[in-house]
Design a protein. Sequence first.
Length: 266
Amino acid sequence: MRTEPDTIRVLMTADSVGGVFSYAVELARALNRKGVSVILAVMGGELDRHKRTDIGDLPGTEIIESRYKLEWMDDPWDDVESAGRWLLDIQKQARPDIIHLNNFAHGDLPWEGKPPVVVAGHSCVLSWWEAVRGGKVPRAWKYYAARVQAGLQAADVVAAPSAAMLTCLEKHYGPFPRSCSIHNGIDTSRFWPGLKREFILTAGRLRDDAKNLKALASIAGSLPWPVFSAGDPHGTGGPVNYLGRMSRRALSAWYSRASIYVLPAK
């Protein structure tokens, strides 16, 4: 229940899988420093120990976890509906001033009191398919596209981390009455330069073809320096040394020592 009438409060959603969670934590930390309190509603599964480490000290943020699937996951729609009711209940109890969604399908929920709704689009299946697979998206994604479009069209503002991503969203689901691109930010005090060593670093989910890490793996054996990859999968195999998942602080140390960082994403 809300008890601080003079404090701006934001209800923000986050995905427990991938970079959206890092984005949400960085934004929550920055908002807390400005005196804004945040309720972070996490979907997609429980947070692992590395993400719990990344959260660190966020005295102005309340984190509420759930296992609800997101719209891009397999057979998610029952979970999406349940998650909508869950979010509405959180909103009723917390009475936030602003709704900030980092997923699409809940943009058109009947929010009590009609607070302003910001939907931030970090990626989408249609633009992913176009960039990675090429050609038309299979009909199986037709309902996904309709739900994403409904959520985006209902938002007061649609935001994206780059003009390119915003253009993709407008192409597939727009146009939008109000939209803007806002570059992702990060607390630079958490990163530092170190003594460089002769190795190459990359990071990302190997199973996501958009990350294109297989392109680097295919030439790793012929490179003069070893290649290290942070993220999935855990373990070591072939010409790439897989570091597995790690906290942001641990990854920062690898960044500081790498002579070359490779981002082969499409």
